[in-house]
Design a protein around this ligand. Structure first.
Ligand SMILES: NC(=O)c1ccc[n+]([C@@H]2O[C@H](COP(=O)([O-])OP(=O)(O)OC[C@H]3O[C@@H](n4cnc5c(N)ncnc54)[C@H](O)[C@@H]3O)[C@@H](O)[C@H]2O)c1
Length: 443
């Protein structure tokens, strides 16, 4: 329950005007209000780097393997989850990936396998140097705040928050990490892809001229279900199917398509949009087993200079998939698709003038290589600014679609809509109604 208090206190502080609500302003105000000793430039002092994993699911297991492979001194020291079988299957998976090195890299004694909603506190207090935050995103602001407070270096999966109060907390935590000289790498993995970096370098370097517009897509099939068991409480059912519940996932525009919104932000120079207008709904995924998330969104982001950028996402079976960034400029266009893969620049006549031919290393491994290099050399890599902007853009798109209203950047940042449940525990938890544009209020 302590984490509830933390979050409520934060919301109250924001409502009382103690927290400055603007994407980058809180970073500055947090610095000004609470200067912390800077430790930048201090190389890591020990050969061994102890890692704690919080959230032992698919991504957490992968991230742990990548962390262990990133530096010869990395060892997995502690793990935490709310379900015991996830801990065991994750450890099995990690050991399997480590092969002959498993016993020297995976040193998680029985008393460092923590279970429950407070497992994160125990992992953080277990003597780790680095934490990997890979639970469903609802919990990220709380976990991030605790990790930064305890002086840990962090790998933080996307998205970092599902609502504006959570996002403001993340902004403050990212700023505190910077002040403390802690490394903070965000799981916006495409920013670490070799081909994507080269392509966006082309775009940001002027290869297509001035940006006229951008359209990014994240069109996929629907999500899997874990059928409800009679012994499951509402909370257990929702947690085991977390991507169907907006309070846990943020809806798929925030949980999944945020990658494409992050690349939209990348293509437009990582600027705050002025406002967003969006359409969305659920047509193919309407049953109670699908919670209250939508299955499609279309968002228009408007910038101060009049530029409009577009994002569409869909999770409906039987429709073509697409995960492409279409970037149009005054001198040509750039198309980026990491799935096919395709990274090309064309001139206005449609002739290819650049295409990526270089190496394509594993972008997930690249993230951890950057994180652990920066821990070793004390350079305190910090993805805070851009991860918060892209995350808020996705929340803003959802708010605009759910309400049917045009939402300004300030409204998105100032929103007091807190999606948290009243308590954390194996309790009953009614499912909120599906949002109806024009009726659901902007708060
Ligand atoms: N960057 C990427 O490409 C990428 C890919 C997949 C997932 N992700 C992100 O990683 C995160 C996890 O996704 P996943 O696919 O691994 O989901 P998952 O369901 O496989 O894993 C989540 C784990 O967290 C545990 N958990 C839930 N609540 C917890 C709590 N309060 N404390 C501790 N553990 C808790 C769950 O039991 C589960 O084991 C999500 O934010 C997701 O968006 C990112």
């Amino acid at each position: 329950m302590n984490d509830r208090v933390t979050r409520r206190q934060f919301v109250q502080a924001a409502a009382a005007g103690l927290v400055v609500p603007a994407a980058l302003a809180p970073v500055r105000s947090a610095r000004a209000a609470a200067p912390l000793p800077r430790t930048l430039g201090r190389p890591f002092g020990s050969d061994e780097i102890k890692i704690g994993l919080i959230g032992c699911g698919g991504r957490g297991t992968g991230a742990a393997v990548q962390a262990l492979n990133a530096d010869p001194g990395c060892v997995l020291h502690a793990v935490g989850d709310v379900f015991p079988e996830r801990i065991e299957s994750s450890l099995r998976g990690i050991r399997g990936e480590m092969g002959d090195n498993a016993s020297s890299k995976v040193k998680v004694d029985d008393d460092r396998r923590f279970l429950g909603f407070d497992a994160y506190q125990k992992v953080i207090a277990s003597g780790v140097d680095v934490v990997l935050l890979t639970t469903p995103p609802h919990f990220r602001p709380i976990h991030l705040e605790a990790a930064v407070g305890a002086g840990k270096h962090i790998f933080c999966e996307k998205p970092m928050a599902v609502d504006s109060p959570g996002l403001r907390s993340v902004v403050a935590s990212a700023a505190a990490a910077k002040e403390k000289g802690l490394s903070l790498v965000a799981g916006f993995c495409w920013r670490y892809g070799d081909a994507e970096r080269a392509a966006f370098d082309q775009v940001n370097g002027g290869a297509v001229g001035d940006i006229v517009t951008v359209h990014t897509t994240y069109h996929t099939g629907t999500l899997s279900q874990r059928p409800r068991q009679p012994e499951w409480s509402d909370m257990e059912w929702q947690l085991r199917n977390w991507w169907h519940f907006t309070w846990l996932s943020g809806d798929h525009i925030v949980e999944q398509a945020v990658h494409s919104i992050d690349r939209l932000a990348w293509a437009t120079g990582d600027r705050d949009p002025v406002r967003a207008t969006a359409l969305g709904g659920r047509q193919a995924r309407t049953g109670a087993e699908s919670g209250y998330v939508y299955d499609h969104f279309a968002v228009v982001y408007e910038y101060a200079d009049g530029t409009r950028a577009f994002h569409t996402c869909r999770q409906i079976d039987g429709c073509p998939s697409d995960n492409t960034d279409y970037i149009y400029g005054t001198r040509g266009s750039c198309t980026v698709n990491g799935w096919t893969p395709l990274h090309v620049v064309k001139d206005l006549a449609g002739k290819t003038v650049w295409s990526y031919e270089g190496p394509r290393r594993d972008m997930y491994q690249n993230e951890h290589d950057v994180l652990f290099r920066s821990i070793r050399d004390g350079s305190a890599h910090n993805d805070g600014d851009r991860m918060c902007r892209s995350n808020l853009m996705a929340i803003m798109g959802r708010m605009a679609a759910y309400t049917g209203q045009t939402v300004t950047w300030e409204q998105a940042m100032n929103s007091t809509q807190d999606l948290s449940p009243p308590e954390y525990g194996w309790v009953s938890l009614p499912v909120p109604p599906v949002a109806i544009p024009g009726r659901t209020k902007l708060t």
